[in-house]
Ligand binder design. Structure first.
Ligand code: NAD
Length: 368
């Protein structure tokens, strides 16, 4: 078993705008080292198309080894048209799947926060989303995306049958439920668990296991069960009713995208994927913006670095035990938005348009 180094951070900038937004995170880490006397050890490597171009593989064994021994991995984005026609095993996205699977990152955390300064970017009415702050916890390594049997098979009459299997075990459900309950205790103490227990046995098991963990270990946290289709509806009807939502891989994929869009701005949304804690309390983790490599704007210096910077803030909080520093970084982002600085993707009338690096510098100046 490879040991995790407490303060080691691996940066994997990736493709497209990945290196541009990661450069701003690197500046911030260096600022924390020099001004706050923190001792982050930064390492960097190629991932995705960039790694394929140099090494013929979307992630090398060496980069993967570095990820295993890091306290947090921060990833920019991977992919782009240049690599679209590669064999599936060589595609840039394979690197992400390998990291998630082999680091056993079973809990995907996606906050949907609507900054009051950007409330007009949402497609919902301002009063529904202003100050929205909910957190999705999606199970990431089980369910229908991984279940066996799977495949496409010929059947009678020249027809074919596509098969995927939705399968969960008690322990898979319990461990992700614990993550959700623990996080709720640090927030507004409320968990909504979503499944389709009315039509799926795996959904019924999900509901029973979450309920049982709640009764045994987390009865101080408010728990509600909600059918996933109702949750989809409630997210656009009254999203502020939620605090933490925990759900399986498939429903989490869709519902968290829906919730993300309530906030209206892809360039602002961070995410975290967490593994299990070892006996020393250390865990493997990967932090990345929700957006992709944005090939349409790559190389122009106009990408919004905030999603990646907020992903680093999540790393400070969840992997590096630096809640105060996470708070101050999130506050610095708010302050810059309050001041009216905007990258092109979130510009509106009366605001000042700035480049990727000016946005990063402005956030650092607010940290001072
Ligand atoms: P995308 O998120 O890259 O871009 C969607 C739109 O949002 C584009 O118009 C883009 O310019 C804009 N955008 C995204 N991030 C932005 C930012 N930080 N600042 C300003 N504007 C931003 O999604 P896509 O176009 O569907 O995918 C492009 C490539 O990224 C594809 O190869 C896809 O496979 C890959 N992708 C990677 C990840 C990942 O690495 N986790 C996630 C999604 C997509």
């Amino acid at each position: 078993m490879i040991k995790i180094k407490k303060r080691k951070i691996l940066l994997l900038p990736g493709d497209g705008i990945g290196p541009e937004v990661m450069a701003e995170v690197e500046k911030i880490i260096k600022w924390f080292n020099s001004k706050k006397s923190l001792d982050f050890e930064i390492d960097k490597d190629l991932v995705g198309g960039a790694a394929y171009d140099k090494h013929g593989s979307p992630i090398t064994d060496e980069a993967f080894y570095k990820a295993q021994e890091s306290a947090a991995v921060i990833l920019g984005a991977v992919g782009g048209p240049k690599w679209d026609n590669l064999d599936f095993s060589k595609k840039p996205e394979r690197a992400l799947l390998k990291l998630r699977k082999e680091l056993k990152l079973f809990a995907n955390l996606r906050p949907a926060i609507c900054f009051k300064q950007l409330v007009d970017a949402s497609s919902l009415k301002p009063e529904l989303v202003s100050d929205l702050d909910l957190l999705f916890v999606r199970e990431l390594t089980g369910g229908i995306y991984f279940g066996e049997p799977r495949g496409i098979k010929p059947i009678d009459n020249g027809e074919r049958k596509g098969i995927n299997t939705h399968v969960y075990t008690s322990s898979e459900i319990q461990r992700v439920a614990r993550v959700a309950f623990d996080l709720a205790r640090k927030r507004n103490n409320k968990v909504t668990s979503c499944e389709k227990s009315n039509v799926m046995e795996a959904g019924q098991l999900w509901k029973e296991e979450v309920q049982s963990i709640h009764e045994k270990e987390y009865s101080d946290v408010e728990l509600n069960h909600m059918l996933a289709d109702n949750c989809a509806m409630q997210l656009v009807r009254n999203p502020k009713q939620f605090d933490v939502i925990v759900t399986d891989n498939l429903f989490g994929d869709m519902l968290s995208d829906e919730a993300a869009m309530l906030t209206g701005s892809l360039g602002l949304l961070p995410s975290a994927s967490l593994g299990a804690k070892d006996k020393n309390g250390n865990m493997r983790s990967l932090y990345e913006p929700v957006h992709g490599s944005a090939p349409d704007i790559a190389g122009q210096g106009i990408a919004n670095p905030i999603a990646t910077i907020l992903s680093f803030a999540m790393a400070l909080r969840y992997s590096l035990d630096l809640d105060k520093e996470a708070d101050s970084l999130e506050k610095a982002v708010q302050d810059v938005l309050d001041e009216g600085l905007r990258t092109k993707d979130i510009i509106s009338k009366g605001m000042k348009e700035v480049s990727t690096s000016v946005m990063g510098d402005a956030i650092i100046s607010k940290l001072q």
